[in-house]
Design a protein around this ligand. Structure first.
Ligand code: HEC
Length: 188
């Protein structure tokens, strides 16, 4: 039994030393413009979901999903988020292939996570990725507004759709019918 325990400890020490050597000799790639392999993406997304499941409070949005609040959400998104997550004219982000992991395209491939998940992700960011924690940059009210918008991208009221079309020149509803595709996968 003691030998077994010693074996386990030595194995872990060996693995740790190997990992240190791999890092110190420059074998870990640093390029951000590579595509993560499927298994890595899958593992990371599962780990992210599990961590949110454990850490994120099950908060409910204190704001009603009125047209005004959703339009404010669109404005905040367009100003602070579209650079990475895709612009309101349904173009993929110009940084889509420039971050590792790549930013999910939240308009082309809307999220179906609950609002507490989206709110927590925006407020606290995602460590080791390009996703900033917005709690120092946006008010709580603004985070809830953009959360409300992101959780309803595919089911906005006619009034909000009209605002979107008038402001950005593209009608959201015409995209949704033609645009359920797998090109911009966002795994959950
Ligand atoms: C500098 C680029 C960048 C900006 C700006 C940015 N994000 Fe992100 N965001 C990312 C990346 C990269 C990820 C993917 C993280 C991952 O793979 O775990 C992400 C992930 C997310 C997620 C998904 C988390 C999940 O559970 O799948 C949400 C929601 C999100 N961002 C919302 C926003 C909002 C809202 C804004 C603006 C207030 C914003 N982001 C601004 C890069 C950015």
């Amino acid at each position: 039994m003691r030998n077994f325990a010693l074996g386990v400890i030595l194995t872990f020490a060996g693995l740790f030393a190997a990992a240190l050597i791999v890092a110190q000799f420059g074998y870990i790639p640093t390029r951000a413009d590579a595509t993560p392999p499927r298994f890595e993406e899958h593992l990371a997304m599962n780990a992210l979901d599990a961590s949110m499941e454990r850490h994120a409070p099950r908060a409910t949005n204190p704001l009603p999903a009125t047209d005004d609040n959703l339009i404010d959400g669109i404005k905040i998104y367009s100003q602070s988020c579209s650079l990475c997550h895709g612009t309101m004219d349904y173009k993929p982000s110009i940084l889509q292939h420039s971050l590792y992991p790549p930013p999910p395209q939240l308009l082309l491939d809307p999220m179906d996570d609950p609002e507490w998940h989206i709110y927590y992700a925006i407020r606290t960011g995602v460590r080791y990725t390009g996703m900033p924690a917005w709690n120092h940059a946006l008010s709580d009210t603004d985070i809830w507004k953009v959360t409300a918008f992101l959780s309803r991208v595919a089911k906005l009221s006619p009034g909000v759709q009209l605002y979107w079309k008038k402001t950005y020149g593209v009608a959201p509803e015409s995209r949704q019918s033609e645009e359920h595709h797998g090109a911009h996968e966002h795994e959950d």
